[in-house]
Write a protein that binds this ligand. Structure first.
Ligand SMILES: Cc1cc2nc3c(=O)[nH]c(=O)nc-3n(C[C@H](O)[C@H](O)[C@H](O)COP(=O)(O)OP(=O)(O)OC[C@H]3O[C@@H](n4cnc5c(N)ncnc54)[C@H](O)[C@@H]3O)c2cc1C
Length: 467
């Protein structure tokens, strides 16, 4: 029998999960991690699966988006989730871990797996042969250059410039109105949702914005202050955070992302002093992003300050705004939902570099990439999880979004297809009940898929020994 070998680049959350999933299918894995020989500007240890910031892996409640994803990971047999649960610390409804303990357990599990060979060295070129690239948001320069030269061309971005996203049903449509500027490209009810501000409201908003607490810019993020270019063609040309624009003059926002030109507020029949425009963010129309509202405010501050915007007083956020260094590829143009590249069937990407946000989402994409790379080497069909699962949705979202405006996304219920049928006798249901139904629908869909595809759960505790 020929030797079935896989190379995995990056020993972070996605890379360790991918290596484990492939090894558990009887594949010999060469896992490359450049630390400690060369570090990134966020990591501080030499451990695998180091959490670079928070020690929380998000909600563990079964009817929250992140909780549903965890249930699916448990069902599929995730190494990262298993290690997280073994090192959990009390955190209410969230799954938080003892940061050092977690990284130590993952490192120990990887180092002791008889099929995984860990190499502490930087990979500077994409290797030939079956490979998973999981080198993260801070991929080394040499490898980034090679990925750009051989695979992505201009479809590789260096920064997240993310505007907040709100749930449509949390926007107050008694105040906000639908319209496009000058009615251009208008559909029946207008393409955008507009939140109008009069002069007093605008100045109160700017004052709150300027006084709000910001996330500290790390050394490598300082160029955000002077405007950044998110990719080589400046898609997000000079994307400045709104608080930086506001600091240049009290009316700067009203002449910039909040300009009201071409819009009439139907309640007053006049042009507002300023406007926050929201653009539909997913096909289902359940998510809307605040156009041009990239920001570095702390997340609770975003919620507090944006309450000053009429129409968003009680908005709920699927994602907060962010700006940080983040190497990610334009997955909609490059990847299939199997995490396989379209140009080379033995080359996979996983983790934050694919545009998935969040620790658990990144580990989950590693699970799919490792599972599928192993199945490819074993001559089995590729796994594409159903869209009724959260992981299936995430993989679908990053590979089917509009490549021209693609920005990273984390697990959330806004990307999941709406319920096909409501419980008998009900015309409308509340959010909590809807989330519970999403959770049970995901569990059913995953169980059916695994049965139909003869997909056995990989038991994270039982190591597959070499033949
Ligand atoms: C500063 C920062 C803070 C973040 N905070 C959070 C947070 O609080 N919560 C959250 O959910 N998400 C957070 N994220 C987003 C994301 O969830 C994490 O970055 C997550 O660790 C990504 O997982 P990953 O496996 O894709 O990459 P990583 O965990 O970064 O793993 C990639 C690994 O590849 C290695 N590597 C890079 N290049 C090479 C190479 N050429 N050869 C060999 N090895 C290489 C790196 O050393 C690293 O160990 C943050 C991201 C950043 C950048």
């Amino acid at each position: 029998m020929t030797n079935k070998k896989l190379t995995v680049i990056g020993g972070g959350l996605a890379g360790t999960e991918a290596a484990w999933q492939a090894a558990q299918q009887g594949i010999d894995v060469d896992l490359y991690e450049m630390r400690p020989v060369q570090s990134t500007r966020a990591h501080v240890t030499d451990q695998l699966a180091e959490l670079v910031c928070s020690n929380s892996l998000g909600s563990n409640l079964p009817d929250r988006a992140s909780g549903v994803l965890k249930t699916e990971m448990r069902t599929l047999g995730s190494l990262i989730l298993d290690c997280a649960e073994k090192t959990a610390v009390p955190a209410g409804g969230a799954l938080a871990v003892d940061r050092e303990g977690f990284a130590e357990v993952v490192t120990e599990r990887i180092e002791s797996h008889p099929r995984i060979h860990l190499h502490r060295t930087e990979v500077t070129e994409i290797p030939d042969g079956p490979t998973v690239i999981a080198s993260g948001p801070l991929t080394s320069k040499a490898l980034t250059d090679d990925i750009q030269a051989k695979i992505t061309g201009e479809n590789l971005f260096f920064y997240d410039a993310i505007s907040p996203i709100v749930y449509h049903d949390s926007i107050n449509m008694d105040i906000a109105f639908r319209a496009s500027r000058y009615q251009r490209g208008e559909e029946v009810a207008g393409d955008y949702i507009n939140c109008p501000l009069n002069k007093e409201e605008y100045y109160a908003f700017v004052e709150a914005l300027l006084a709000a607490e910001r996330i500290d810019l790390r050394e490598f993020e300082e160029d955000i202050e002077s405007g950044i270019h998110s990719n080589i063609h400046n898609y997000f040309e000079s994307c400045l955070p709104i608080e930086i624009i506001a600091s240049r003059g009290v009316d700067s926002l009203a002449y910039g992302p909040m300009r009201p030109v071409g819009l009439t507020d139907p309640r007053t029949d006049r042009r507002p002093y300023a406007v926050v425009q929201l653009r539909q963010d997913n096909l289902a129309g359940s998510l809307y992003n605040l156009v041009g509202f990239q920001t570095n405010l702390r997340w609770p501050e975003q919620k507090r300050v944006f309450q000053f915007i009429p129409g968003l007083e009680t908005a709920e956020y699927a994602r907060y705004g962010m700006m940080h260094r983040n190497t990610f590829i334009n997955s909609p143009t490059l990847l299939n939902a199997t995490m396989q590249t379209r140009v080379r069937e033995d080359l996979y990407f996983a983790g934050q570099i694919t545009g998935i946000e969040g620790y658990i989402g990144n580990a989950a994409s590693g699970l799919i990439a490792g599972l599928n790379a192993g199945r490819m080497l074993n001559g089995q069909d590729q796994v594409t999880l159903p869209r009724h699962t959260m992981l299936g949705c995430l993989c679908h979202y990053i590979t089917h979004s509009d490549g021209k405006t693609f920005q990273p996304m984390k697990a959330n219920f806004g990307i999941i297809p709406p319920l096909e049928v409501l419980p008998e006798g009900k015309k409308k249901i509340g959010k909590r009940e809807r989330y519970k139904l999403y959770a049970s629908r995901s569990a059913e869909a995953l169980a059916t898929y695994m049965k139909d595809a003869n997909l056995d759960r990989i038991v994270p505790d039982e190591v597959v020994l070499p033949a």
